[in-house]
Design a protein around this ligand. Structure first.
Ligand SMILES: [Zn+2]
Length: 239
């Protein structure tokens, strides 16, 4: 491989690496957002379950007070019953007593349901807490790694740009212009090796004389068909 070919391949490699680094500056913030979003979502689920538990506990207390009130009312009605003088009075108080007993019964049923719900929700809160802890730990580790990566991307880009400058100064300016022009048109594969006597970018066959010229590396030769810069790469090229 001639020096020019080597330099062109180095330049292309550096441009590829720089492209990857630039891209990582775009996708790393998205990854951070996703990881933080997962932690937030798990926390929301826990908060909601805790709110439900708290609401059920309040409802449980309210029902217990209701049973207490209705029980005193029942006691009061029972003592009134001792002093009734007419059948009409007796019937009226009986109805009130029945009503109070029904209310106590239904409140007690609701208390049992509330207690079951409290048990279920207490277990659920424990599970959700564990899930939040796990996701927080896993994602925080990943976030730290990504943040370190983000911080070093700028440095890595500077280093690669420095290396690129070193390669550029060793290449002829017109060649660099050709390279830049082809790269803008073709993207990453601006410099390609001759393979099986053809351009390995577009696979067009090359005349033997041209292949020899490329092999000698005396001047820059671009593919007639696709415009890519053709080089001789002893690892990949053959005649
Ligand atoms: Zn070509």
């Amino acid at each position: 491989m001639s020096t020019t070919s080597e330099l062109l391949m180095q330049l292309q490699g550096l441009d590829y690496q720089l492209g990857e680094l630039e891209r990582s500056k775009e996708y790393l913030p998205d990854m951070i957002e996703n990881l933080e979003g997962e932690i937030k979502a798990a926390k929301n689920v826990l908060d909601e379950t805790q709110d439900q538990l708290e609401a059920t506990r309040l409802e449980h207390k309210r029902l217990e007070l209701r049973v207490k009130d209705k029980t005193s009312e029942l006691e009061r009605l029972k003592s009134q019953m001792m002093q009734v003088k007419t059948n009409k009075e007796y019937d009226a108080i009986s109805r009130e007593i029945d009503h109070a007993r029904n209310e106590i019964n239904s409140a007690e049923e609701e208390i049992l349901q509330a207690m079951e719900t409290i048990d279920t929700l207490t277990n659920e809160v424990e599970t959700k807490k564990k899930e939040l802890d796990e996701i927080t730990q896993t994602n925080t580790d990943q976030l730290n790694t990504i943040e370190n990566e983000m911080n070093s991307v700028g440095d890595k880009i500077k280093i690669k740009q420095g290396e690129r400058e070193n390669v550029l100064v060793r290449l002829d300016k017109p060649l660099v212009s050709v390279y830049e022009r082809v790269r803008r048109g073709k993207g990453a594969g601006a410099v390609v090796a001759v393979k099986n006597r053809a351009c390995s970018g577009c696979f067009k066959n090359l005349p033997p004389q041209l292949v020899q010229e490329i092999r000698r590396g005396e001047r820059v030769i671009t593919c007639d068909s696709c415009g890519r810069i053709l080089i001789w790469d002893s690892d990949n090229s053959d005649e």
